[in-house]
Design a protein around this ligand. Structure first.
Ligand code: GAR
Length: 198
């Protein structure tokens, strides 16, 4: 039993997982990478690491007169044969309904670049930086949590605070945020694998 990783874009967090598996820091295999976007650069990262990939776009389902639930069911059915120990949402920008989540109870985890109950949804890093510029916050952070139907919510597995620094730009802040995300994602997967093998 290995893990399945879902992505939508660059895949730098997928890369952190690939590196951790290759260096044996994570005692598992990545058996499949799924993207909901054909152009996701993370697909190339997966292919370079010899990991099977699957592209499944919501658009193609809606164009056939099917629903979001049909999409979620087809996605779950495509992943099911891999019997994943964990499904990792690493920059996966599609909200999964309970139709999907009920196939894999307590096995779907999500990475989000904000602290619990803050900046759910897209562009969380940009929105946190704007709040900092308005003087509303002094720190943000990132978390890995169990996925539930509510977006970017669910029991937290690992979180890390990312403070704002004097002279921070959006770019410098985002860079530190991404470095923290890569750390906590590997840490969360490591902890859950250790729990399930003990
Ligand atoms: C990451 O910052 C991740 O936390 C975020 O998308 C980025 C993907 O980067 N996810 C969310 O905002 C989920 N709500 P990557 O493609 O380089 O891993």
């Amino acid at each position: 039993m290995g893990i399945v990783v879902l992505i939508s874009g660059n895949g730098s967090n997928l890369q952190a997982l690939i590196d951790a598996v290759q260096s044996k820091k994570l005692p598992t295999t990545i058996d499949l990478v799924v993207s909901n976007r054909k152009s996701a650069y993370g697909l190339q990262r997966a292919e370079a690491a010899g990991i099977p990939t699957l592209v499944l776009t919501l658009k193609s389902f809606l164009a056939d007169g099917k629903t979001r639930e049909d999409y979620d069911r087809a996605l779950a059915e495509a992943i099911w044969p891999y019997k994943p120990q964990l499904i990792v949402l690493a920059g996966w920008m599609h909200i999964l309904s309970s139709v999907f989540l009920e196939y894999f109870p307590n096995r779907v985890i999500n990475l989000h670049p904000a602290l619990p109950n803050e900046f759910a949804g897209i562009n969380a890093i940009e929105r946190a930086f704007e709040a900092y510029q308005r003087g509303e916050i002094k720190q943000s952070g990132c978390m890995v949590h169990y996925a539930i139907p509510e977006v970017d919510a669910g029991d937290v597995i690992v979180q890390e605070i990312v403070p704002f620094l004097p002279n921070d730009t959006l770019e410098s802040f985002a860079e530190r945020m991404h470095a923290a995300e890569h750390r906590i994602l590997v840490e969360a997967v490591s902890r859950l694998l250790a729990q399930s093998s003990s």
